[in-house]
Design a binder for this molecule. Sequence first.
Ligand code: AMP
Length: 192
Amino acid sequence: MRLILLGPPGAGKGTQAARLVEKFDIPQLSTGDMLRAAVKAGSPVGLKAKAVMDAGGLVSDEIVVGIISDRIEEADAKKGFILDGFPRTVAQAEALDALLAKKHMELDAIVELKVDEDALLARIENRARETLAAGGTVRADDNPEAFKVRLDAYRVQTAPVSAYYASKGTLKTVDGMLPIDGVTKALDKILA
Ligand code: AMP
């Protein structure tokens, strides 16, 4: 199962991806998680990415395409993978098409979680509160200022990615405003 989950920040991609990981026994490949790990490790990629990530902007296509191209070759991705947070620009979607063709791999589904934008800031604030309550560390970009920039980046650069797949006839949509279990059910139906 090779799957792309699309949707704005706070749409619940991470939550649903975690469930799909269990169901299909495939890894969730989140470029955001991988970049945060690189920042934490202080690697050259992390050093380059940190400032732009903290501000809510997008890391260069070259960096993220390189990360994904290497990652999908790893042994745990043999049975498939869930892309979460990638592709985030049409250039990344085109690069993904090219690299999958080169590797003789095909996508099984591209699903967008559709959500009401007004609800997103409340979701992000809630995520920050729950993380703090659980004794965790809140993401540097989970604050209203950076979130606004992330949402703007989504509208300008990532919404066209959905249009890109829709024009190829391969985009499926799920109502991301349903309760978490309802979204999972809708996804199960699409992926059955
Ligand atoms: P996320 O965890 O998906 O919300 O990503 C957090 C941040 O990582 C984003 O705001 C970007 O700065 C960066 N990032 C993650 N994925 C990508 C991507 N595919 N292209 C560019 N930047 C990305």
